[in-house]
Design a protein around this ligand. Sequence first.
Ligand SMILES: C[S@@+](CC[C@H](N)C(=O)[O-])C[C@H]1O[C@@H](n2cnc3c(N)ncnc32)[C@H](O)[C@@H]1O
Length: 256
Amino acid sequence: MIDASHVIQQYHADPARDDDRRRWSGNLNTGDFHLFKQALERGDTSTTQHMLDNYMCSPELSCTYDNPSNSTRWCYATELLQRFNVPGETIVEIGAGSHAPVVDQMLTNNPQTRYVVCDLVTPLLIAYHELSKQHDTHYMRSTDSLLYQTQQHRCVLLPHHMIDQLYSLGECLYYNSYSLSEMSPNEQTHYMDVIGTTGSRLLSENYMTGRGRCHLCNQQYTPMQLHVPEQLETCWTDTCAVPTNPGASIQLIHAT
Ligand SMILES: C[S@@+](CC[C@H](N)C(=O)[O-])C[C@H]1O[C@@H](n2cnc3c(N)ncnc32)[C@H](O)[C@@H]1O
């Protein structure tokens, strides 16, 4: 198992570690995320360890927002991933959150599954600490090759600023819930380009249409429908298994 000093080391080894401050509507610049980031910056091992051990007590730091329907939603997502994932295909989850529950369930239930988790640095480091308790994980450094590391480890954690390494993986099953619709149009377009260019599929639970706030974290969302390029087509849709605000749905989107 890894500890706070290892997490702090990974943070300081990353030249783009503060890229996440400009993203996700600045969520990482306030509250408990801000305190956690400050502890990492200072190299304060006891505060960092305390926050890593107790992050589930914070609705924001855990990315759970205390939503009572989370477990039902994550269990349904796991079922869908098991249904759509073909043997040998790597799953890439975008924005799994610090708690990363779907990653954990998929790795636990499916011994053959390989997984890449792409998220902003700060939540990704918490997910790294959490997932390494049970699974063979690797946190990517800027000199690493993603393709090589996915062959060596069952679970690879990829900081968002290294997104272009996803092109090297070729066809994968991408999964995202309530992150893409919280990103800027440019970020959505970048992920869609990776998925389209590599001929991958995306299982998405997001706000596709409408205008409003995400029922989870209350952020204004960017409806995804406008940013799905022509070469990506929806081949299957489903209603969300739990209550949301209007505009959210589950879709399987694939490159034509
Ligand atoms: C509301 S949480 C959703 C967590 C989880 N997917 C769930 O459904 O419970 C949003 C997640 O998206 C991540 N995120 C935001 N912008 C991102 C980006 N540009 N690339 C990757 N992840 C991002 C956040 O760090 C956070 O982990």
